[in-house]
Design a protein around this ligand. Structure first.
Ligand SMILES: [Ca+2]
Ligand SMILES: [Ca+2]
Ligand SMILES: [Ca+2]
Length: 969
């Protein structure tokens, strides 16, 4: 018996459970600037200025950017000073900001003399404006470009490291107080064509697209031993109200190198920027602690590239917490399956802590609303009060929501009226509450693993595995589309919406809806709108839960079950330890919970209180007294009886383990427990981890001697060996030493022997079973596929047991073996097209129990006809007309819906084989023939242009269509 384990409550409800640890959004300083210091103002005029002037009046302006740099570099600019560039001036030069303000005051570079911003054309160098190892600098109200006017398209054929504003820090300690505001940055012709591929630029440096941005913020270190106070990062950095457009680069990219979060960028605010028509990503923030990214509008991301990869609208990596709010992201582009990503938002690699996405408007993005990399440590991605409108799922995974991290989605609107529907990741760590899913795709398939509570699924059948998911018209005010946050107003609910007052209380919810209405008015509403005028309110507490019982007991766990409902809906519940009145577990909308970490052979008592959707708490249930079972009994190899010589090895479960070379049965080891009480036990074997070069038997035979018989289990000690308890089977034993487990050296290679564990299961075993079910009850296979079936027994109370692991006889029968055959072990093989049924007959206590007949539908998979090319009127075409319309049609025969998600993709290529554009068609999801048609608009110049059609089966690689695939040919 283990000494008192830590009291831990683990939640496991019949329908899934969740601990709601909701993000509490902190308040952020707004890119804190230095204190205001009175300073001198200098003026610069590219037309009438003269560097010999004093610069201190509009009548005595300087002329060049070089004068600013040299004047500042020689220490003549001071905190509080301003250097203003005259409206209408143009400099074909770069500006090096070689000076710093201080905590006493910023040095500001700005403009004067009119509304038109002065222009700095960088001319194709690595930057137009650079701030290197400087701080307390504000740059504002300037128009900035950076391209080579003599070769404006050189970015297509050459590689240049080019940014508009380049802020760098290296080896000089943290740099504070950089502010970039109201800049107009465009025509920055950097590297956008190579995705994440590394290329050698014109200076011989190895770079990729991530080194180029309209605003590039770098912290670098290239030496191993940097003094502690010299690590490079930024503090109090503000990028606000800039207009970045028509660039061949990322819009804004902030990177860094630190691994220690104390050297992450701090107090970073990216606010109010408009970013349009970029070469790759919109906004990327890396290596930052709690960056705030708010009120930005990002449109047509990556439209200026023809070879991008892994891009997204706004995303973060290696962040320790982040907030994205009130941002609009629209039309993030996508080229083909290789370009992937293309989502609006992304929590990317090496992130940790809570990331909050709230009040954002995502629409018409090719790769969907959001993705993550499944690497988030010690945190949750929270998505609340956002809208995703007509986001698509053109990415390698084919998902609108591509998530692997722990994520909680609540009170969002997913709206789709373009027939694409939503495809959500089948992620068991995702929970959806109070969301509206509105789709025109009637056969919407929702995944099985996420937890769905109290959402509205309109336009398609709600997922069956959820709890209280509605299927009603939400009655939006007037959902429309288009750019601008005001276009979201149509997703408010009409006063007669059936979703008002039907939501579920969420604690720590941020306090307001998308429009700033307080949470909650009366009972919560479903969706992103909390109607401030609603009067619907539930203030009545539910009745006390009834029927509290211990459904399952082990030596360390108890599964409690009860009944508590309001209007037929299971309620939230809190489980209390009755002797301390401490809350030990909570569940969402479920009537059971499994408590873990308990002590064996110990008395406990519990009561339960229920909470309704509005948070009203019931009286306590009656108290349940319950005792955990005896501890499991472990017999180590050291205590087992051996014949022959076994060799000792270190490691394993306890006191090392032993092994024997392959033999013919002369060497045996027998583990014999001394059981204090009779009954059913789970018999487990500890398989020590296998060294990578170690050979082991794949057919070690373990024989269990139980009350009334023996059963042998073949264990693959080679491939299964990661160091874990493996269940051999559940068997009945008498009290005492009559039972045992035996292993011999009669195997195909070395056998290893460590510990055996007997886990008491109480009075529960095969003879309790009254019904048998073969699962899955229906499945579709392609000819040649093989798949194992499960055989599950259930007793009258609904407790289940996997009978394939029991010592019971199971006979399988196929009613059409020429279509689907079944082996003695219950493995089905699809032989030919058609439908067969498989039944299992289980013999228990001398009588037979027959299972359901599981349907096996066998098909031949996918066949595709040759494509037909016609013009807009349906007539066959022989030439490609400039700007003409081409329709491409093909017929798909999809013999099983295991191939669902078949897509026709048509690409237009130039004479060099470069993809100019693609068009995709909706999916095929039926068994029958289906014609797909894609419409292409040709470019104005069709010299050398060709069209190629593909079929994407949603699973592996692109399949070119059979037959005539290229036009012209
Ligand atoms: Ca309400
Ligand atoms: Ca109530
Ligand atoms: Ca051992």
């Amino acid at each position: 018996m283990k000494a008192s384990k830590r009291w831990k409550a683990c939640l496991l409800a019949a329908l899934g459970a969740l601990t709601l640890q909701l993000a509490d959004v902190g308040t952020f300083a707004s890119g804190t600037a230095a204190a205001e210091a009175a300073g001198t103002t200098y003026y610069v005029d590219s037309v009438s200025g003269n560097d010999s002037n004093s610069g201190t009046s509009t009548g005595q302006p300087w002329k060049t950017l070089g004068k600013i740099s040299s004047f500042g570099f020689s220490g003549q600019l001071h905190p509080g000073d301003q250097v203003l560039l005259k409206s209408g001036s143009v400099w074909n030069a770069s500006l090096d900001i070689a000076f710093s303000g201080s905590a006493a005051g910023q040095i500001t570079i700005g403009s004067y003399g009119g509304e038109v911003k002065p222009i700095i054309n960088g001319g194709g160098g690595s930057y137009a404006v650079r701030i290197e190892n400087r701080q307390y600098i504000t740059v504002q109200d300037i128009e900035i470009t950076n391209f080579n006017a003599a070769k404006p398209n050189d970015y297509k054929t050459e590689f240049h490291r080019r940014s508009g504003v380049w802020v760098i820090s290296h080896h000089e300690g943290p740099m504070s107080g950089i502010q970039l505001k109201d800049l107009d940055i465009h025509d920055v012709a950097g590297i956008s064509v190579s995705g994440e591929d590394w290329v050698t630029d014109t200076d011989g440096e190895t770079v990729n697209k991530n080194h180029n941005a309209a605003i590039m913020i770098n912290a670098w270190e290239w030496e191993a031993n940097v003094p502690a106070d010299k690590h490079a990062y930024f503090k109090d950095l503000l990028v606000e109200n800039n207009h970045i457009h028509d660039v061949q680069t990322i819009g804004l990219n902030m990177d860094g190198f630190a691994n220690d979060t104390s050297q992450y960028h701090q107090n970073v605010v990216i606010r109010g920027n408009t970013i349009e028509r970029t070469g790759s990503d919109g906004i990327v923030v890396g290596v930052a602690k709690n960056p705030l990214i708010e009120n930005n509008a990002v449109y047509d991301v990556a439209i200026n590239s023809y070879d991008f990869k892994w891009i997204a609208g706004i995303w973060v990596w290696k962040t320790d917490g982040a907030i994205f709010r009130h941002n609009e992201v629209a039309r993030v582009h996508y080229l083909n399956a290789a370009s992937t990503d293309s989502s609006a938002f992304d929590t990317d690699i090496s992130a940790q802590g809570d990331h909050v996405y709230e009040y954002n408007y995502s629409h018409d993005n090719a790769g969907g609303f959001v993705m993550d990399m499944g690497q988030l440590q010690n945190g949750t991605n929270y998505y609340r009060y956002n809208v995703s409108r007509n986001d698509q799922h053109h990415r390698s995974s084919g998902k609108t929501v591509e998530v692997h991290d722990t994520g909680l989605f609540y009170n969002n609107v997913f709206y789709n009226d373009n027939g694409e529907g939503f495809l959500l990741s089948d992620n068991p760590k995702s929970t959806y509450i109070n969301n509206i899913f509105y789709t025109s795709q009637g056969s919407q398939p929702y995944p099985a693993s996420p937890k769905f509570y109290n959402n509205d699924f309109y336009g398609a059948t709600p997922p069956s595995q959820g709890v209280r998911n509605l299927n009603v018209d939400p009655k939006f005010v007037a959902p429309s589309g288009g750019d601008g946050m005001d276009k979201v107003d149509g997703f408010k609910l009409n006063a007669n919406s059936p979703l008002i007052g039907e939501g579920r209380v969420i604690a720590g919810n941020g306090g307001k809806d998308f429009w700033g209405n307080a949470l909650y008015t009366g009972s919560p509403d479903i969706g992103m709108f909390e109607d401030p005028a609603s009067t619907k309110n539930d203030t009545a507490a539910p009745s006390a839960p009834t029927g509290l019982t211990a459904q399952e007991r082990t030596d360390s766990t108890l599964k409690l079950a009860w009944t508590a409902a309001e209007n037929g809906v299971p309620l939230d519940a809190d489980i209390y330890n009755a002797s301390t009145n401490e809350k030990v577990a909570s569940v969402i909308m479920a009537n059971s919970a499994t408590l873990t970490g308990l002590t064996a052979d110990t008395d406990y008592s519990f009561y339960v209180k229920a909470r309704d959707l509005s948070g009203n708490v019931s009286p306590a249930s009656s108290t349940l007294a319950v005792r955990t079972t005896s501890a499991s009994i472990i017999v180590d190899d050291a205590d087992a009886a051996k014949t022959g010589t076994w060799t000792a090895a270190t490691g394993g479960n306890a006191n090392g383990f032993v092994y024997a070379a392959k033999g013919s049965g002369a060497k045996t080891i027998q583990w014999t427990p001394n059981l204090t009480n009779g009954g059913y036990y789970g018999v487990y074997y500890w398989l020590p981890p296998r060294a990578s070069n170690e050979s082991r038997a794949t057919n070690a035979v373990f024989t269990v001697q139980f009350a009334g018989g023996t059963k042998s289990y073949t264990v693959n000690e080679y491939t299964s060996a990661t160091g874990q308890w493996l269940l051999l089977g559940n068997h009945k034993f008498e009290a005492g030493t009559g039972g045992s487990v035996t292993l011999s050296d009669n195997a195909n290679d070395k056998v290893v022997a460590d510990a055996v564990r007997f886990q008491y299961l109480a009075d529960f075993g095969p003879e309790s079973m009254t019904s048998v079910t073969v699962t899955p009850g229906k499945q579709q296979l392609k000819t040649g596929d093989s798949t194992p079936l499960s055989v599950i027994g259930a007793d009258a109370a609904g407790k289940t047991l996997d009978l394939k692991t029991e010592g019971v006889a199971i006979a399988y029968h196929s009613d059409a073996p020429t279509i689907a055959s079944v082996s003695a072990q219950g493995v089905v093989t699809a032989v030919a097209a058609g439908t067969a049924h498989i039944q299992a007959v289980v013999t228990i206590n001398g009588h037979d129990i027959a299972s359901n007949a599981a349907a096996i539908i066998v098909g031949n998979g996918l066949t595709v006809s040759a494509p037909v090319f016609t013009n807009g009127e349906g007539a066959p075409i022989t030439t490609l007309q400039p700007s003409g319309i081409v329709k491409v049609s093909t017929t798909i025969v999809n013999s099983t819906d295991a191939d669902q998600g078949v897509t026709l993709i048509v690409g237009v290529y130039n004479s060099n084989g470069l993809l100019l554009s693609t068009t995709e068609n909706a999916n095929v999801k039926s068994f029958t023939n289906r014609t797909l048609t894609a419409t292409i608009v040709l470019p104005a110049n069709t010299n050398g242009v060709s069209i190629k059609a593909f079929v994407w089966d949603g699973k592996s690689t692109l399949h070119p269509l059979a037959g005539k695939t290229l036009f012209p040919h």
